[in-house]
Design a protein around this ligand. Structure first.
Ligand code: 5AD
Length: 356
């Protein structure tokens, strides 16, 4: 047997093994690392796509994100909203602005509204609860993405009707986590994710590809952690250096490795909701618009949904706020809630999938 054949059959063995349930985590990790490094990943993409088709079907869920405030108390080293940065143009949308935006999005066909913001310990809980209830009353599912909260706060928002919660663990390596996040530990993060799950939220986590110090072992641990936390949603995106951060000179994460991690997540958690993250931005790219993917030096303009993904997030944040929500540099087009949704639906249909 030549080397290529040996590699391919080894990859096939790893694939079969990771599909086996209750696999010892040490062996699982080794297999994941071998697959992430495989010369030819095609069989893994094909399996992920087949599992996606058989479990969650051909539908692609389009979620609307309202970035309602960029106020953040954290100092995450990679993020443009780090509270140590000068020159952030802080905003907080009013309840009325949020509700009007949500109403328009629902009218345009969105069934889920993702309320996202920086982590603001001073956020008024009653105000937030009221906003959640009003959107639930409009008939939409509310997903929250507002940072690490106390169990009491999480419980309150759950009672107000929020059904899903997104809190990325960012990296499963405790040392890399501590270096990147002066304001917290991985243990606190996973503790919060466990509370989220126990309170009956559909739990979402995720991580970045290409963080300084990250290896294929780290990514394998990230994948195993997603499964251990009982995640039903996972956002995996490439790290994109923000020029105003300490990590400005680091290289961007690899889009190929990002897609490999998404495919392996589909295999490990077959019924998960997996977005093509905005940072990957390939759908927008295939629509002829510039996307952050180009900043990241991506070279694949093909179907990003072919790696096992079944969700796409679309910003519906009003233009006056959109640019101030700069987590990473991206070229933002003007928001037109109805037109943007129609275009996305057409792009999804063109890929042979069903927009919902
Ligand atoms: N590059 C890519 N993703 C980033 N995020 C924050 N900063 C960056 C960056 N520079 C992601 C993190 C965070 C989410 C809000 O955005 O995963 O959880």
């Amino acid at each position: 047997m030549n080397n290529l054949q040996t590699n391919q059959s080894r990859a096939a063995e790893c694939l079969l093994e990771i599909q086996r349930r209750d696999q010892d985590n040490r062996i699982l990790k080794q297999n994941l690392v071998e697959l992430l490094a495989a010369d030819d990943f095609t069989p893994v993409y094909e399996l992920a796509d087949r599992i996606r088709h058989e479990t969650v079907g051909d539908e692609v869920h389009i979620r609307a994100i309202i970035e309602f405030s960029n106020i953040c108390a954290r100092q995450c080293k990679y993020c443009g909203l780090n509270c140590n940065h000068q020159g952030i143009d802080y905003y907080q949308m009013t309840a009325e602005e949020i509700l009007t935006t949500a109403e328009r999005a629902i009218h345009a066909g969105y069934k889920t509204i993702v309320l996202q913001s920086g982590e603001n310990p001073k956020l008024n809980k009653r105000w937030m609860g009221h906003v959640i209830k009003r959107i639930v009353d409009m008939g939409a599912v509310v997903t929250l993405s507002i940072g690490e909260l106390s169990r009491q706060e999480l419980e309150f928002y759950r009672e107000c009707g929020a059904e899903r919660y997104l809190l990325k663990h960012e990296t499963a390596d405790p040392e890399i986590y501590a270096y990147l996040h002066p304001c917290g530990t991985l243990e606190q993060r996973t503790g919060c994710l466990r509370s989220i799950r126990e309170l009956g939220y559909e739990t979402g986590s995720g991580f970045m590809i290409g963080l300084p110090g990250q290896t294929l072992e780290t990514i394998a641990e990230d994948l195993i952690l997603l499964k251990e936390l009982g995640c039903k949603m996972a956002g995996i995106g490439p790290f994109i250096p923000h020029p105003d951060t300490e990590l400005a000179d680091e290289a961007a994460g690899s889009p190929e490795l990002t897609k490999r991690a998404v495919a392996l997540t589909r295999i490990l958690i077959p019924d998960a909701n997996l977005p093509v993250t905005t940072a990957l931005g390939v759908v927008e790219k295939s629509g002829g618009q510039k996307s952050p993917d180009e900043t990241a030096g991506a070279d694949r303009a093909e179907n990003a949904f072919a790696c096992g993904a079944n969700v796409v997030m679309k910003k519906v944040t009003p233009d006056e706020y959109k640019e101030a929500y700069e987590i990473y540099p991206a070229q933002l087009d003007k928001t037109n809630i109805e037109e943007d949704r129609k275009l996305l639906e057409q792009q999804i249909l063109a890929l042979g999938r069903i927009p919902v």
